[in-house]
Ligand binder design. Structure first.
Ligand SMILES: Nc1nc2c(c(=O)[nH]1)N[C@H]1C(S)=C(S)[C@@H](COP(=O)(O)O)O[C@H]1N2
Ligand SMILES: [Mo]
Length: 393
């Protein structure tokens, strides 16, 4: 919980439930948490002064952040980098307005469930049903292209180049989607409603497999370039700009009672999820990474929340079979949890003797790798093993 303020924790439904609710809990309940996070309840990670989503009235119109004024400009870049010997060329530059984007959506629309997760915050920010048009279908409007190796993009940032927060993808990542993978897309709806200004509306990039920093909010500019290098603002802050979403478990506070309840959220990242497991032990001092206790740890399985009743969870008019990652005939998820989404996990601890305890949880991915491996540097995404301490009276 060290990374989060209490306000954030309460917003995420992972607050100190133990402290808030009456301790007379018989059958403990985990923090109640909707499968889809309401747009306003996402934890917000936005730079800018003022933050673009605080603009109103005329300022919002000038920023072109209303549906009527919004434009997406797609051009080749003006690089002077000497490594680029042949300049990117496209048949035509494109300026797309909101109505044209929605019209493209009538033909190419995709929807899917994705957890938004910051590379630098050890709790998920929220989970939504995102809707938009694959970026490849938007780029096809530019006609024939040559010498395009990378796609740069950024949003509105107070017309101040110093405030620009930008990201990039390789041409291949954008244009060629492997079977079972999800396409990068230009999103204009969240949870069945137009994308709110705080979540990056009217239009935001969504990169399914990546941490939040690739999903640029208030999207307005795309540059096609023959510069093959990443230009991500996040890379300047020592983060791995090509990192993928981590498979990782995030713990709530333990809900006291008999049984006591261990609960949390697990994100199924790039490497998928096999299961979540927990390790209970008497409370002790901080465990160093090389403490011999890790090798002796007895990890036990947690239960994963079952798929919900989709007709109750999805916005009205959206059928699960129309969401990517679901079987088109049965409407059932093709994997559980869905990749890049998160679900609850839990375990009941019965008959604990009075005393102080600590519990840890970790995810095991489809390679059989237990979190946090494999991992070369901390700056590829927070997936440390979390611990919660509690007392049985
Ligand atoms: N334009 C813009 N896009 C942005 C950011 C930003 O500061 N400006 N922050 C990024 C980061 S680091 C994260 S983690 C996500 C957070 O998305 P959210 O605020 O919708 O939860 O937005 C990303 N997109
Ligand atoms: Mo982030």
């Amino acid at each position: 919980m060290s990374e989060l303020t209490r306000r954030q924790a309460v917003k995420l439904g992972i607050g100190s439930l133990a402290a808030i609710s009456a301790p007379r809990v018989e059958a403990a309940k985990p923090a109640a948490r909707p499968f889809l996070t309401p747009a306003d309840d996402f934890e917000d990670v936005s730079r800018g002064n003022p933050k673009p989503h605080t603009l109103t009235g005329e300022a919002l119109v000038r920023a072109k952040l209303t549906p009527e004024t919004w434009r997406l400009e797609i051009r080749t870049d003006e690089t002077t980098n000497a490594i680029v010997t042949q300049k990117a060329q496209i048949e035509r530059a494109v300026t797309l307005d909101y109505a044209q984007l929605l019209a493209l959506g009538k033909k190419h629309r995709v929807m899917f469930l994705k957890a938004m997760q910051c590379l630098n915050i050890a709790q998920p920010l929220g989970q939504g049903l995102w809707e938009g048009v694959p970026l490849r279908d938007v780029l096809r409007l530019c006609g024939a292209m040559s010498n395009v190796r990378r796609v740069y993009f950024w949003g509105f940032h107070n017309d101040d180049p110093k405030q620009r927060f930008q990201s990039s993808l390789s041409y291949t990542e954008v244009m060629e989607t492997p079977p079972g993978e999800l396409p990068v897309f230009v999103a204009y709806r969240l949870n069945g409603a137009p994308l709110t200004l705080e979540r990056g509306g009217p239009v935001r990039m969504v990169v399914p497999w990546a941490h939040g920093f690739k999903s640029i909010k208030w999207l307005q500019q795309i540059r096609l370039t023959n510069d093959y290098q990443t230009n991500d603002t996040y890379a300047e802050k020592n983060n791995d700009p090509d990192s993928h979403l981590k498979t990782a478990a995030y713990l709530d506070d333990v809900t006291p009672g008999d049984p006591a309840l261990v609960s949390g959220l697990v994100i199924s990242g790039w490497s998928g999820l096999s299961h979540v497991e927990y390790w209970l032990r008497p409370a002790g001092p901080e465990l160093a990474d090389d403490d011999p206790a890790w090798a002796q740890a007895e990890w036990k399985r947690c239960a994963l929340a079952a798929p919900p009743d989709w007709s109750a969870v999805l916005p009205s008019g959206v059928r699960s079979q129309d969401v990517l990652g679901f079987d088109k005939a049965s409407g059932k998820p093709l994997s559980w949890p869905l990749r890049y989404s998160m679900v609850g996990f839990s375990a009941e601890l019965r008959g604990l003797k009075p005393g102080k305890y600590e519990v840890r949880a970790r995810a095991v991915d489809l390679n059989g790798f237990a979190q946090p491996e494999p991992r070369s540097i901390q700056k590829s995404g927070k997936n440390g093993i979390q611990v919660r301490r509690f007392e049985v009276a």
